[in-house]
Design a binder for this molecule. Structure first.
Ligand SMILES: C[S@@+](CC[C@H](N)C(=O)[O-])C[C@H]1O[C@@H](n2cnc3c(N)ncnc32)[C@H](O)[C@@H]1O
Length: 319
């Protein structure tokens, strides 16, 4: 079992670590990015993961880079606080590789995959409410809203009804039990995607408050970055990428322009503090997708803090 880092070459190009700098990998996972960053430059790397199993696996890498790699357990949405406890208040680069590692997906006991039977857990970190508890307790309407909002599942009401009927008979405790209930009411699509895919995504996002984490993490990273500092985010589905895209556009002054007939809008627009390093999301090369199918939905966006807050962003250079 291992995790193949996604879009590693593009991450390194945009994060561009240099000797003497300080960086944060907010999603340590299998340590693939961390190792490559430490090998690229003589920099210091702080690495956060909310999954204690990921950090335990990282101990070997810490031994290899003892004074340069520091692992911290927690959520990247809380990075200001977590790094502040270690006296770190400024960074030259932050990278976030959203979602799950292959270790988490492939371990049936974590409950993320409908392909393996396991307890319906889905918690990335310690504590919090498991997917089984949500499925057992959410009112039908709220269950349907969760599947619709976080899974973009059009048949959310039908699935919520089926879940409520099933749980009245017996508790739903395993991934395969839930998947079978969903497959019983959602027809197989022509593209071959399993009917349970969107509902599993929705529950996972809700269990881990993944979208809230992204909002908090992006805001904190923008606060921590030094002038010239880079922020690189790899996302894996449209709900994640939409948040990143909007945040980057706002920070770079690229948000939709207010009407020039509305003086209130013009007065309100703040000066941009970042410039985009990727004018549109980068996608993995076909060769990477062929070698690692889990990379297929990845999108990478990067931006850089302007060296002086009054610097004019260089939009002309965007391809
Ligand atoms: C896709 S993997 C990262 C893989 C890593 N880039 C590598 O090359 O091995 C995502 C990791 O981020 C962690 N994670 C996801 N959301 C998190 C959050 N909000 N705070 C901290 N860790 C998070 C997961 O536990 C998982 O280990």
């Amino acid at each position: 079992m291992s995790h193949i880092p996604v879009m590693l070459e593009e991450v390194l190009q945009n994060l561009a670590p240099r000797d003497g700098e300080m960086h944060l990998d907010g999603t340590f996972g299998g340590g693939g990015y961390a190792r490559a960053i430490l090998e690229t430059a003589a920099c210091t790397l702080w690495a956060i993961d909310r999954d204690p199993e990921a950090l335990a696996r990282g101990a070997a890498l810490v031994q290899q880079f003892p004074a340069r790699l520091h692992l911290v357990e927690g959520s990247f949405g809380d990075m200001l606080n977590l790094l502040g406890q270690h006296g770190v208040s400024a960074l030259d680069g932050v990278v976030l590789d959203l979602g799950l590692s292959s270790f988490q997906i492939d371990d049936a006991s974590r409950g993320f995959s409908f392909r393996h039977s396991g307890h319906l857990d889905m918690r990335m970190g310690r504590g919090g409410v498991s997917a089984a508890e949500l499925v057992a307790s959410l009112p039908e309407a709220e269950l349907a809203d969760t599947l619709y909002q976080f899974g973009e599942e059009r048949l959310s009401r039908r699935i919520a009804r089926a879940i409520v009927n099933a749980r009245a008979e017996a508790p739903i405790q395993t991934t395969t039990e839930l998947a079978a209930i969903i497959r019983g009411v959602v027809p197989q699509s022509r593209d071959g995607i399993d009917p349970a895919t969107r509902s599993f995504q929705a529950l996972r996002i809700r269990v881990n408050d993944e979208l809230g984490e992204i909002e908090r993490g992006l805001n904190a990273a923008a606060t921590l970055l030094n002038p010239g500092g880079r922020l690189v985010v790899v996302s894996f589905h449209s709900l994640e990428d939409r948040i990143v895209k909007r945040f980057f556009a706002d920070a770079a002054g690229r948000a939709p322009a207010p009407s020039r007939h509305d003086p209130r809008g013009l007065a309100a627009s703040p000066a941009p503090r970042f410039k985009l390093l990727t004018s549109r999301a980068l996608r993995p090369k076909a060769s990477e997708i062929a070698a690692n199918p889990r990379a297929r939905s990845a999108r990478l966006r990067a931006m850089q803090r302007l060296t002086q807050d009054f610097e004019t962003p260089d939009f002309e250079r965007q391809p």
